[in-house]
Design a protein around this ligand. Structure first.
Ligand SMILES: NC(=O)c1ccc[n+]([C@@H]2O[C@H](COP(=O)([O-])OP(=O)(O)OC[C@H]3O[C@@H](n4cnc5c(N)ncnc54)[C@H](O)[C@@H]3O)[C@@H](O)[C@H]2O)c1
Ligand SMILES: O=C(O)C[C@H](O)C(=O)O
Length: 338
């Protein structure tokens, strides 16, 4: 049996025994640490590679003492990025700077664009078949950046690149459950578009159980979901943005991906993916996940007047953010070639 497991590990890239290796980039950060903790508890992971530019050794030593079967190793600095990524079946990226009060997610672009591009280059080189889950903001631009890097490297598989928008869904479920007086786990609500301000579009009319709200209340709830990140940034007053709820949301999304990777059918989660649902090249929607990644971006369904107005209002901003990411990656490639 052991021989069969070892053989399977050699034949299936990214697997340790029969369970995959997951690399977490930005593992010592505000999201990285609690996310590492949650991933250490996953029965679906064989090995967890914790990578950061600083402070990884302590986090890895600490997490490695937790009595679950996931093997943990820490990697620090660009020279160890390759080893962290080698053989990974999934790469989760929360590396980068968070917002401070008064900033938009787009204000993070100048720093985070280069970080995500560099890490995506590492993925292309060391684990080109991995599923890549991008958390670093602005997601509406960092995902297109990663796509461009992969295209240039000849490794782009649109089915395996995801912008993590799960926190928007988690928030929508929570706020709706408060209104309905039910357990948030019993609420289902699609959140589509992107992950910044007006591009976050919760389709409240499709909520299950149904949510009966007059238009002004629905508008208020939609605005609260759209501004929930800012609510946390303001509450943290300069100490960063959402980390714990983000770790919860990312762990849930990673778990969905790992279950689909392992062959579970019918797994659907919202994510920002390459999509033909709209005129835009990327769009967040419910996505059906399968062994090979995103199998289908599911139709966003009928929208009421409020949702349609929000949808129409978001398209230009989302298009601009996507284009900004694409142009950044193209300029970077030209500069690298000179
Ligand atoms: N997608 C979402 O819903 C969502 C939610 C919350 C936060 N975020 C974003 O996630 C990012 C991280 O947030 P945080 O609160 O964890 O920030 P943080 O500053 O606490 O942690 C970021 C970590 O990234 C590391 N890092 C920086 N450059 C790196 C590099 N080149 N390679 C590897 N690691 C690097 C830092 O050392 C740090 O440990 C931010 O951009 C934030 O806006 C996204
Ligand atoms: O709001 C932020 O800057 C972080 C994150 O995108 C969030 O939605 O909490």
């Amino acid at each position: 049996m052991e021989r069969v497991k070892r053989l399977a590990a050699q034949l299936l890239p990214g697997s340790v025994g029969t369970k995959p290796k997951v690399a977490l980039l930005g593992a010592a950060g505000g999201i990285g640490q609690p996310l590492a903790l949650l991933l250490k508890g996953s029965p679906l992971i064989g090995e967890l590679a914790l990578y950061d530019v600083a402070n990884t050794a302590g986090v890895a030593a600490d997490i490695s003492h937790i009595s679950t079967a996931v093997r943990v190793k820490g990697y620090t600095g660009p020279q160890q990025l390759g080893d962290a990524l080698q053989g990974a079946a999934m790469v989760v990226i929360p590396a980068g700077v968070p917002r401070k009060p008064g900033m938009t997610r787009d204000d993070l672009f100048n720093i985070n664009a280069g970080i995500v591009a560099t890490l995506a280059e590492g993925v292309a080189r060391h684990c080109p078949d991995a599923w890549v889950l991008v958390i670093s903001n602005p997601v509406n631009s960092t995902v297109p950046i990663a796509a461009e890097v992969f295209k240039r490297a000849g490794t782009y598989n649109p089915a395996k690149l995801f912008g993590v928008t799960a926190l928007d869904v988690v928030r929508a479920e929570t706020f709706i459950a408060e209104i309905l007086g039910v357990d948030p786990r019993d609420v289902t609500v699609p959140v589509v578009g992107g992950h910044a301000g007006v591009t976050i579009l919760p389709l409240l009319s499709q909520c299950k159980p149904p949510l009966q709200l007059e238009a002004s209340k629905a508008q208020q709830l939609m605005a609260r979901i759209q501004d929930a990140g800012t609510e946390v940034v303001q509450a943290k007053a300069g100490a960063g943005s959402a980390t714990l709820s983000m770790a919860f949301a990312a762990a849930r999304f990673a778990d969905a991906c790992l279950r689909a990777m392992a062959g579970e059918g019918g797994v659907v989660e919202c994510a920002f993916v390459a999509s033909a649902l709209t005129s835009l090249p990327f769009f967040a929607s419910p996505v059906r996940l399968g062994r090979g990644g995103a199998e289908a971006a599911l139709p966003i369904g009928a929208m009421n007047d409020l949702e349609q107005r929000n949808y129409d209002a978001m398209l230009a901003e989302l298009a601009g953010s996507i284009q900004k990411g694409v142009e950044f990656a193209q300029r970077r490639a030209v500069a690298a070639a000179q």
